[in-house]
Design a protein around this ligand. Structure first.
Ligand code: NI
Length: 177
């Protein structure tokens, strides 16, 4: 287990489409997941995708009880999600502030589907099938975007709503990503 370096926007590895995991329950997968957990917790991330630590596999983790970077968000159960498929439920989207460990110190207002069904597999290959909404749905959409080489700034509709944490939210003690 180790805290790994998180790649920053501009690194071409963040733009690649990740490959599906073919084998579950392997020591390699367990070791990747342990590193992802350590790295995410060290940085107070709400989630992390394998490509962010330079591994081009369709693996994301997310979840938190109380995240100091998103103090108003409801808790999201800690989840390992592999080879995910997302299905938006309805057309309704919400705009919400997002940050990313690969875009440190910044926030942007990003539209995401409010209601979402997601499926995939856990570390041992057991199926996951959930219907979620609001911040849980947002986090999953953000993380799965990483698997397709998309960082949240590309989703921002109005670039006046993109900037540095301390300028956007002066006086707020957002823990920097
Ligand atoms: Ni991110």
């Amino acid at each position: 287990m180790a805290i790994r370096e998180v790649l920053k926007m501009g690194d071409p590895r963040l733009l690649a489409v990740a490959e599906p995991v073919l084998e579950f329950g392997t020591p390699e997968l367990e070791s990747l997941l342990a590193d992802m957990r350590d790295t995410m917790r060290d940085l107070n991330g709400a989630g992390l995708a394998a490509p962010q630590i330079g591994v081009g596999l369709r693996v994301v983790i997310f979840g938190f009880d109380q995240n100091p970077r998103y103090p108003e968000a409801d808790p999201v159960p800690f989840t390992v999600l592999i080879n995910p498929t997302l299905t938006p439920l309805g057309e309704e989207q919400d705009e919400g502030w997002e940050g990313c460990l690969s875009v440190p110190g910044m926030r942007g207002l990003v539209p995401r589907y409010r209601n979402l069904r997601y499926t995939g597999f856990d570390a041992l290959g057991s199926p996951i099938d959930r219907t979620v909404k609001d911040f849980h749905a947002r986090v999953v959409q953000h993380e799965v975007d990483h698997l397709d080489g998309i960082l949240y700034p590309r989703r921002i509709r109005d670039l006046t709503q993109f900037g540095f944490n301390d300028a956007l939210f002066p006086g707020e003690t957002l823990i920097d990503d």
